[in-house]
Design a protein. Structure first.
Length: 129
């Protein structure tokens, strides 16, 4: 019996450690103080856990294309706020606003998104992130 309990505890610990390393803290990638917006064309959408992600082609001030990795809440949260898998599609032009990535990385945590037709999407339903 003791071996069975030990095996179960070990298996549980191993599975929890795996999921813990797969996720990261907000502060490890994004600034709490630096905010910005980017406008561009959606080149890829990942509507998956742990964070939905939109990859956006943005033209910088020098006329060069940058690919920005915009992240937000998991699909479960987004669906509860009216955002579905087909809300954002490759080829859409959008403007995203949010917390910028650390150290000049091309990352942004989405606070709000505006579609080309003017529709505003608030991934957290208008609540603070």
């Amino acid at each position: 019996m003791r071996k069975l309990i030990y095996s179960l505890v070990l298996a549980s610990s191993a599975s929890l450690a795996g999921s813990a390393t797969a996720h990261h803290s907000f502060a490890a990638e994004f600034s709490y103080e630096d905010f910005g917006s980017r406008e561009g064309e959606v080149v890829e959408v990942h509507f998956v856990n742990p964070h939905a992600r939109i990859f956006l082609a943005v033209t910088n001030a020098n006329g060069e294309e940058e690919i920005w990795d915009a992240q937000t809440f998991p699909p479960r949260n987004l669906i509860a706020n009216g955002w579905h898998r087909d809300t954002i599609n490759v080829g859409d032009r959008i403007t995203i606003e949010g917390n910028l990535g650390l150290e000049g990385s091309f990352k942004l945590w989405i606070i709000s998104m505006t579609l080309e037709d003017g529709t505003e999407i608030l991934p957290n339903g208008g609540r603070a992130n």
